[in-house]
Design a protein around this ligand. Structure first.
Ligand code: V47
Length: 748
């Protein structure tokens, strides 16, 4: 367990999970710990939000050139249940969807031998022509690679044509498992891992966002899963563009891998949690409810998932054909209820994770996408290397046309609303004694009847006795339930405790701690609880039933890294504003004499290293910056401001602004825990208000949460400040009068 604890601590310090540690966690970590770690990461990434969208799938054909071992969807041309929609039918389907309240159409299907790039492009164009306000998420990298290779154009050119037709993003399918040896076994015809990654890389470089998936729970090893995640993480580091990762649980019905069976729900939760922790650069982890079903999806939300996909409206067959959810469809209310059931906040998103703002919930209402706070600028680079690596040769095209010729062009269109035929299942045979006679239960029942007829009084008494025993049992159970019902627990004050300690206390009291949010405060250690729900009260005990969840907000472990701002060559005030706005702080103000200016920042360092205008240095927020500030010799002194009554942050800001450094920070005994530090105010300062000190002097500040003390000392400090101000004005007046007198004397 020590090893697991070390890995957990390293994750909580914000260190990247290595492949080796991911395997150890996967194999050995207790499930609850994975849930905790993944939830902490999820909260950091998306708070309590869980995303869903209003979407449909459009599966133009299940005819596929490829024949993957795990696929239950694929049919070959001529099969009785094969279907292929013509382009007009695709458009007609899109037209039907005009009245549907959706924001996304997800087009995916088999790699049809007769569909070329133009067909795919035209499908997107027709869908978009009917649904201009709806995002088209279309074609897996496998389909895209095939159509592009067949056309003999570069990936960039192919993607450009699809984008021009209206394709907005690419779904994550077709990734399966990247390990080359296993890929050869389970999907030998599909494009290689490198080719799948190359399509997504090119898409990212062209500004297209995409998703990624991993098909798990069949015959792959843990090492192969981690290798898969590692290749995705690497690509995202190099060419960011993945919006979401979707772990896809293998479903075993009606395909050739069935013998592998299906993995357990625990394995699903472990996979989701490790994905969240490992893929620290992919913002969303989707628990695809169509694949997992409602219960596992709900649980997945406590294991790092922050997306559940959408309403679907019974438009996909890939999973139902493999044994997943039959007729998948969920209303917005159902999706939202599922999220709320685990204490999270359902958020409707569009295909780019912008929030969808709706005037009301009525389906007929027009919806609008809430503007993102800061639209991201994405460079439209055309990657030469990708183009080169995936442009096809005529030889390869010839191969494909040969394959095409051998397939009979017989396509059967399913009747509207037609479902795959239900499978005939054998009913279990009637239980018998094995000799064709009556069952032993029937014999026992006859025996009982005969006994009753022979001894009716005795039988009645026996019946009454049994009935009384039953009543006693009910009474006992009722009382037990009743006492537990009244059994209440006083909610402890968890605020200020570390999450680990709080969990210990909660366990003893039969309560459950659930992290529901996180903040970041530089002055608090990571994992400190800063808020809880239900809270506690000073006037009365707050009580709850055993087993109740206490939702807490913690201080984040990870200090977000941001670019250190370049603040030199401007006034101290401007520099301070910029530093505070970007979340950094002042390490020290170093004053240096100068002939020309006072309070002008000459240069800056962080951790002893110079920061210049083009230094691209990222540091955790809250890091201290040292400023080298000029002063003219005649301005070597500065006047102490009043900071009594201020919070620590305000006091620091005021001292720096007046040319002082912050010295010791001392809390009185009213501040009993780290959380109270946040509400304490200054009641004393070491520099006398209004007195003159050398620039850069350190001022000690004393803080308390005793409001009466702080307020009374603040009144005194205000008077002191007024006196100092009056004295300053008087001295200024006298100096001006003296100057005027000297001038007058000189003129005379
Ligand atoms: O690539 C096929 C998988 C994928 C089976 O991007 C199977 O938002 C389990 O990629 N058992 C297609 N899985 C679906 C897909 C997807 C789904 C939802 C959302 C998004 C998104 C993408 O389904 C295939 C394959 O990996 N699959 N057969 C099966 N028997």
């Amino acid at each position: 367990m020590q090893k697991i604890n070390d890995i957990a601590a390293s994750i909580r310090r914000g260190e990247r999970l290595t492949a080796a540690d991911a395997i150890t966690l996967w194999r050995e970590a207790p499930l609850w710990l994975l849930g905790e770690l993944a939830t902490e990461r999820k909260i950091e990434a998306s708070g309590r939000n869980v995303y869903y969208n209003r979407n449909v799938h459009l599966e133009p054909s299940n005819i596929c050139l490829f024949n993957c071992e795990f696929c239950s969807f694929r049919r070959k041309e001529g099969d009785p249940d094969a279907w292929a929609m013509s382009i007009d039918e695709v458009e007609a389907r899109a037209k039907e969807l005009r009245s549907a309240d959706i924001t996304e159409v997800h087009i995916v299907g088999g790699v049809h031998p007769k569909h070329d790039l133009d067909t795919y492009v035209e499908m997107v164009r027709r869908v978009k022509s009917q649904l201009p306000h709806v995002a088209v998420k279309a074609y897996t990298a496998v389909e895209i690679f095939y159509m592009i290779k067949r056309e003999g154009v570069s990936v960039v050119e192919g993607l450009r044509r699809l984008m021009d037709a209206g394709m907005e993003c690419i779904p994550g399918g077709g990734a399966e498992i990247f390990d080359e040896a296993l890929r050869k076994k389970i999907c030998p015809d599909k494009c290689s891992s490198e080719e799948w990654l190359a399509v997504h890389r090119a898409a990212h470089n062209m500004g297209l966002s995409t998703n990624c998936t991993m098909l798990y729970g069949h015959i792959e090893t843990l090492e192969q899963r981690v290798d898969h995640l590692e290749r995705l993480r690497k690509l995202q580091d190099e060419a960011p563009g993945f919006d979401a990762f979707i772990p896809l649980k293998y479903h075993s019905r009606n395909n050739r891998l069935s013998e592998a069976g299906e993995c357990s729900v625990e394995e699903d939760l472990r996979t989701i949690a490790i994905s969240r922790i490992f893929l620290d650069n992919i913002p969303h982890i989707k628990a695809y409810w169509v694949s997992y079903g409602r219960n596992t999806t709900e649980m997945a939300l406590s294991f790092g998932a922050d997306d559940i996909d959408g309403t679907i409206g019974d438009t996909t067959k890939i999973y139902s054909m493999a044994g997943g959810t039959e007729r998948p469809s969920m209303s917005v209310e159902e999706l939202e209820a599922m999220v709320r059931a685990v204490g999270m906040e359902p958020v409707e998103r569009d295909s780019h994770y912008n929030l969808v703002a709706r005037k009301s919930d009525k389906a007929s209402d027009v919806c609008a996408v809430a503007p993102s706070p800061e639209p991201e600028v994405i460079e439209n680079k055309e990657p030469e290397s990708v183009e080169d690596s995936v442009t096809t040769t005529n030889e390869q095209d010839k191969d494909m046309s040969v394959k095409q010729d051998v397939i009979e062009p017989k396509v059967k269109q399913p009747a509207k609303g037609e479902e795959p035929k239900p499978k005939t299942t054998k009913k279990p045979a009637k239980r018998s004694d094995g000799n064709g006679g009556e069952s032993k239960w029937a014999k026992a029942w006859d025996g009982l009847k005969r006994t009753y007829q022979r001894f009716p009084i005795l039988s009645h008494m026996l019946f009454i006795l049994l009935f009384c025993l039953f009543l006693l049992l009910c009474l006992y159970l009722g009382l037990k339930w009743g006492t537990r019902h009244n059994n209440t627990i006083v909610v402890p004050d968890f605020v200020g405790m570390s999450i680990e300690d709080a969990r210990g206390v909660a366990k003893d009291k039969e309560l459950n701690i659930v992290v529901r949010d996180s903040i970041f405060d530089v002055d608090l250690p990571g994992g400190t609880i800063v808020d809880q729900l239900p809270g506690t009260s000073e006037v009365r005990d707050v009580t709850v039933k055993p087993g109740r969840k206490i939702y807490v907000t913690i201080n984040a472990y990870n200090r977000r890294k941001v670019l250190v701002p370049y603040v030199a060559k401007q006034t101290l005030r401007q520099a301070l504003n910029q530093i505070e706005r970007s979340g950094f702080t002042i390490e020290e103000l170093v004053y240096q004499p100068n002939m020309t200016s006072t309070d002008y920042v000459e240069r800056q360092t962080v951790g002893g290293r110079e920061i210049g205008p083009s230094t691209n240095r990222e540091m955790p927020v809250g890091t201290g910056i040292t400023l080298y500030v000029n002063y003219q010799r005649e301005n070597s002194n500065t006047v102490a401001p009043r900071v009594v009554g201020m919070s620590l942050a305000k006091a620091k800001s005021s001292l720096w602004d007046h040319g002082f450094n912050v010295g010791e920070i001392i809390y009185d005994e009213s501040v009993s825990d780290i959380i109270e530090c946040r509400t304490a105010r200054v009641y004393m300062q070491s520099a006398k208000i209004g007195s003159s000190y050398r620039r850069g002097t350190k001022v000690d500040i004393y803080l308390s949460t005793d409001d009466a003390l702080v307020d009374s000392l603040r009144l005194i400090a205000d008077k002191e400040a007024d006196r100092a101000e009056a004295a300053r004005r008087k001295a200024q007046r006298e100096a001006e009068e003296k100057m005027r007198a000297e001038e007058a004397e000189a003129n005379n």
